[in-house]
Design a protein around this ligand. Sequence first.
Ligand SMILES: N[C@@H](CCC[C@H](N)C(=O)O)C(=O)O
Length: 278
Amino acid sequence: MRDSSSSESLTFMKMHGLGNDFVILDSRGRDAVVTEALARGLGDRHRGVGFDQLAEIRSSDSADIDLDFWNSDGSRAGACGNATRCVAQYMMDQLGQDSLTIRTTRGLLHAERAEGGLVAVNMGHPQLGWAEVPLARDVDTLHLPLAGDPVAVGMGNPHCVFFVDSAESVDVAGLGPRFEKDPLFPEATNVEFAEVRNEGEIRMRVWERGTGITLACGSGACATAVAAHRRGLTGRTVRMEVDGGWLMLDWREDGVWMTGPTAHVFDATLSRAFLEAL
Ligand SMILES: N[C@@H](CCC[C@H](N)C(=O)O)C(=O)O
């Protein structure tokens, strides 16, 4: 999907990782095209294309690519694990490489092909201090002063992880937006509900900041694995079942690795009329 822009139209890819779905624009070799209005317009599942996140690939002078993310409400996201894996798959195929370096606002990330056609990405070291998450004030990130005793973890974006007896019975649509905008999180937060099945397996459901319920959240899966290990509930390696399938998480010396599938659904072109109406 190169040569993706002209004054009249804009081509894009639709990909997903476990049903966490993305519109991806390849803007290498040209000026960035994404604005808040474009993200919101494209993110509309009725009048646009629909996505959980929009990712824009840019030329990089310090990595294979630079990568920026937006949520469907037009807000910026500092990290998106599943979109990073999808873009890595696309770029590794296109460049004929087995690994890729990606510069995001989170820092330099490393992705590589994994067994069985899966893609792994090192999402970096978790941010465990209150100011890094970020939180509004100095509190213990392992026991937030909120109902339900959640854990806060930053993965380049904020996460609030609740441990529950049954993930299936949680009212994610009701509780998610309530905690997303809690004043303890000055930049709002993603909200995860995790049921630890055993020390190597977690069931997790998620409410994403700026998007709502999604079938998977890669950075949320990383944050949940970190929170569970910090609480002494699991080892450093876990299998995680999300609504869209399974992810593997491994909190290593060099960061939190996440491995899972990606899918390229279609390529298409936005009409000039759509772009002009934004
Ligand atoms: N789906 C993502 C996370 C997307 C960003 C999030 N909604 C935010 O605003 O931080 C993932 O796979 O990590």
